[in-house]
Design a protein around this ligand. Structure first.
Ligand code: SAT
Ligand code: MN
Length: 596
């Protein structure tokens, strides 16, 4: 590929000087080139070609055993001032960070090929879009980027001779966990990643660019980069309303983004459309409304738990052109993971490549195993998903995985209170990041691991965005919790497609079509306003879900909330002085309402 952009050429040159590859290959995005890369990856064992009759164009990959999730403790925001990384991000001064990784990465592509991937986050040419160049020595990364972003020639054309872009350098090095670093330099538009081959650490367009760098850009430029799915709900009259929703990793964003409404709703003509499942870039349109675009072009979804019941649309996505990572590899060249069905294969290899005995008690697929599937495969992909203007948002939902305290759904009192609700989000940790799972941690707007600047400044940016338009144009803000447990640890709410019942209430609230009950934390549905028609769910054998159970998960327990408030105070203290006054006042006001 002939590159006329001097800044790109300079970046490629300086990368090659550091990494010293044998060869440099520019990714032009052509099918021939991609096919050739697949062939090479299969010849070296980096990828395995799956059964092409059952899974056309699908491939299999295993990461190193010590390299299966994002590494938050090795992820750094290298802003010039520590104050700008904030108290919740790890920080190294940029000069030190460059020098340290220069040492680690120098010469690490000797004997290897360096790939140069020009990619666009967002539809090429859309006002939302931003361009990146990723350097990598991993064909797995190239092939994933081809699915997850728009790559190649057309991107170089859009960049032109002088366009700017985010620089990303990835080198697998020795996959040494002690020398693994994921570094973001927000002021330099620069990303460095070394010693990893796992998705979120190495597909630099995703968390590193589209969230960490882009959140910083959005702060400076007056827009927002959020860890949110985007969906559309079409009513029987054919009108579609859009919702963006933030949940921490592995809390069901993909399932909610693709849910199938319960049968009664489908019969009436309701439909759900997927715009995105992980990231939303949000700008204020000329009409003053908030418009969201999905900057990605594929889904990097968690495999275990995905099945024909929980998410048939995601299953359909993975039937073609998909890369599977760390799942079970079956003898017949197809794949399996926990809860795909009730027939775990005998004779298969687990995610580590060893023969797997389903009775061993050990999972065959890694809990954070993934599929990388093109968005266009999705049966319910929205006709608007590539609209260069984005889609207008009626509502924003925050949510987490909470066994108690947070009710099924509540609405904030207004925008500022909604920002407060987002700022106090909490969730039990999952396998998507290294470390213990099931521990409650505060994860504001599900951005704790992904915000590229100070969290207090980020909250202020949310408040400021609300001031840029009139209250009637702002999306209404809600909080949901699908994960309430009974005393025996059973899920009280059925979740999955049944969550549509809650979306219906949310959209009715946006249209002023339904009342609510005011509580100390916000507006909660009256128990009769969540439609339970046709719902048939057993919380446990012999206990069918009833209106009383709904009442349980809609009731605010002041004592639980007051305990939570202690934790929120501590979290605000940790963020420090930059927490906006408005949010501290919201916290005090909530505390007073709870004590009243
Ligand atoms: O591993 S990723 O960061 O790409 C996915 C996630 O954790 O949300
Ligand atoms: Mn995510």
């Amino acid at each position: 590929m002939d590159c006329k952009n001097a800044k790109v050429n300079q970046f490629v040159k300086e990368s090659a000087e550091l990494l010293q590859p044998d060869d440099i290959v520019w990714i032009d995005g052509s099918e021939e080139q991609i096919e050739e890369l697949r062939r090479i990856a299969c010849s070296t064992g980096e990828m395995i070609k799956l059964n092409q009759e059952v899974l056309p164009n699908c491939y299999y990959h295993r990461t190193a055993i010590n390299d299966v999730a994002r590494v938050e403790d090795r992820t750094f925001i290298c802003s010039r001032e520590q104050r700008n990384a904030g108290a919740t991000n790890n920080w190294i001064p940029p000069a030190e960070a460059y020098a340290m990784t220069d040492e680690i990465m120098r010469g690490k592509m000797k004997g290897r090929t360096m790939y140069v991937i020009p990619y666009s986050m967002g539809v090429v040419g859309s006002p939302f879009s931003k361009i990146g160049i990723e350097i990598t020595d991993s064909i797995y990364v190239v092939l994933n980027m081809v699915i997850m972003t728009r790559v190649g020639e057309k991107v170089m054309q859009a960049l032109g001779e002088d366009g700017d872009f985010v620089r990303g350098q990835h080198a697998k090095c020795d996959l040494d966990a002690e020398k693994r670093y994921i570094l973001q330099f927000p002021e330099d538009n620069y990303i460095r990643s070394c010693n990893s081959g796992y998705g979120g650490n190495v597909l630099l367009g995703k968390k590193c660019f589209a969230l960490r760098i882009a959140s910083y850009q959005g702060w400076k430029e007056g827009w927002m980069a959020e860890h949110m799915l985007i969906l559309g709900v079409e009513n029987p009259q054919g009108e579609t309303k859009y919702i963006a929703a933030a949940f921490p990793s592995a809390c069901g964003k993909t399932n909610l983004a693709m849910l199938i409404p319960p049968e009664g709703y489908r019969a009436k003509g309701y439909k759900l459309w997927t715009v995105g499942d992980d990231i939303a870039w949000i700008r204020i349109g000329e009409d003053g409304r908030f418009y969201a675009q999905n900057p990605e072009a594929g889904f990097f979804g968690v495999a275990p738990g995905t099945n024909e019941k929980s998410n048939p649309n995601a299953m359909a996505c993975t039937k073609e052109g998909t890369i599977f990572t760390n799942v079970v590899l079956k003898k017949d060249g197809t794949v399996w993971w926990e809860k795909m069905d009730k027939n775990p294969p005998r004779d298969a290899e687990d995610w580590t490549g060893k023969p797997w005995d389903p009775d061993s008690g050990k999972p065959g697929a890694h809990p954070n195993s993934r599929f990388t599937a093109p968005a266009r495969n999705c049966p319910c992909i929205s006709p608007e998903w590539e609209n260069p203007q984005g889609v207008p948002l009626s509502a924003i939902i925050f949510g987490g995985r909470r066994a108690k305290t947070a009710p099924l759904v509540y609405q904030s009192r207004d925008w500022d209170h909604g920002v407060f609700v987002g700022s106090i989000m909490a969730s039990e940790t999952t396998a998507a990041a290294d470390g213990a799972t099931g521990v409650v941690r505060r994860d504001p707007m599900s951005m704790l691991p992904f915000c590229g600047y100070d969290m207090g400044d980020y909250f202020q940016h949310w408040l400021d965005m609300g001031k840029k338009t009139t209250a009637d144009k702002l999306p209404k803000i809600f909080n949901v919790n699908w994960f309430r447990l009974d005393e025996e640890g059973n899920f009280i709410w059925p979740g999955f497609g049944e969550n549509f019942r809650v979306l219906e209430w949310i959209l009715k609230r946006c249209e002023n079509q339904v009342g609510a009950q005011e509580t100390p934390i916000g507006f909660v549905p009256k128990v009769d306003d969540i439609c339970l028609d046709g719902l048939d769910y057993e919380i446990k054998p012999g206990h069918k879900f009833t209106k009383e159970d709904l009442q349980t998960i809609l009731t605010i327990n002041n004592q639980w909330w007051l305990e939570d408030i202690e934790n929120i105070h501590a979290f605000y203290e940790k963020i420090g002085k930059t927490v906006p006054e408005e949010l501290r006042n919201e916290l005090t006001a909530m505390e007073n309402r709870l004590k009243a």
